[in-house]
Ligand binder design. Structure first.
Ligand SMILES: NS(=O)(=O)c1c(F)c(F)c(-n2cc(CC3CCCCC3)nn2)c(F)c1F
Ligand SMILES: [Zn+2]
Length: 263
């Protein structure tokens, strides 16, 4: 419920990464948004999303002072997605999460105004059309991000290997090698998703993302969520600020329709 949402949402977040304005002047397709289930439109022409990741393309985990990113070798078409709403295949670049200080909020997207405690984003770029990720970030069909909601429940075996590595990236600008991980273990097997045209939810907030939001959440346990909350926004030696509530406020839907791959 909105009254539960941290008042920080009503104050501009102070995190340095947000020094740029929280709203993009003239933005018409900003993210995240609330997904009103009954307003989403079933599109029978949407294809199943095809995910093929090579676990050996995993490189390292990096605390960038906003989230922790697991980055991949995207120098060839080894970890890709194709199909769904996409016209081209897209290469996996990194995945990261957004989460709250408490289990009542933390996700960026909401479903019927309900927050989940966390949300996973798998960021892919259109290497068929654009020569670099940096260029793709600036183009309307440049990126495709798969969003997966995390809900409090059973222990998640696959996530635990990632959680075990987090203490090594507690501080901003720390990196740890992470050389074999298959992120498809974090994606629900249920094929159902919503899709809409949106933006990055962090600077540069460019309107270049085809969002693919999985309908089914994955379950993680309290200890695993707490491990996220032990990370710090701050560098070693600075006054510690816990890395929590690193999600952008909801943005206006404006003239957009959310399509569903399911009836
Ligand atoms: N929440 S999100 O919308 O899924 C999301 C994304 F889609 C992103 F692409 C990034 N992103 C930001 C950069 C810096 C680049 C630095 C060079 C210029 C382009 C941005 N790398 N990846 C990101 F941080 C993020 F949170
Ligand atoms: Zn994100």
């Amino acid at each position: 419920p909105p009254e539960l949402v941290p008042d920080s949402l009503h104050r501009l977040p102070v995190h340095p990464l947000w020094q740029s304005p929280l709203t993009i002047p003239g933005g018409t397709r900003q993210s995240p948004i609330n997904i009103q289930w009954r307003d989403s439109v079933y599109d029978p022409f949407l294809k199943p999303l095809k995910i093929s990741y090579d676990p050996t393309t995993c490189l390292h985990i990096w605390n960038n002072g906003y989230s922790f990113l697991v980055e991949f070798d995207d120098s060839a078409d080894r970890s890709i997605i194709v199909g769904g709403p996409l016209e081209n295949q897209y290469r996996l670049k990194q995945f990261h999460f957004h989460w709250g200080a408490i289990n009542e909020w933390g996700s960026e997207h909401t479903v019927d105004s309900k927050f989940y405690p966390a949300e996973l984003h798998l960021v892919h770029w259109n290497a068929v059309v654009y020569p670099t990720f940096e260029e793709a970030v600036m183009e309307g069909n440049g990126l495709a991000v798969i969003g997966v909601f995390l809900k409090l429940g059973a222990h998640h075996e696959g996530l635990q290997t990632l959680v075990d590595a987090l203490p090594a990236v507690k501080h901003k600008d720390t990196v740890i090698e992470f050389d074999v991980f298959d992120p498809s273990c974090l994606i629900p097997s249920c094929p159902d998703y919503w899709t809409y045209a949106g933006s990055l939810t962090t600077p540069p907030l460019t309107e270049s993302v085809t969002w693919i939001i999985k309908k089914k959440p994955i379950e993680v346990d309290e200890n695993q969520l707490e491990a996220f909350r032990m990370l710090l926004f701050t560098s070693d030696g600075e006054e510690e600020k816990r890395m929590v509530d690193n999600f952008r406020p909801l943005q206006p839907l404006m003239n957009r329709t959310v399509r569903s791959s399911f009836q």
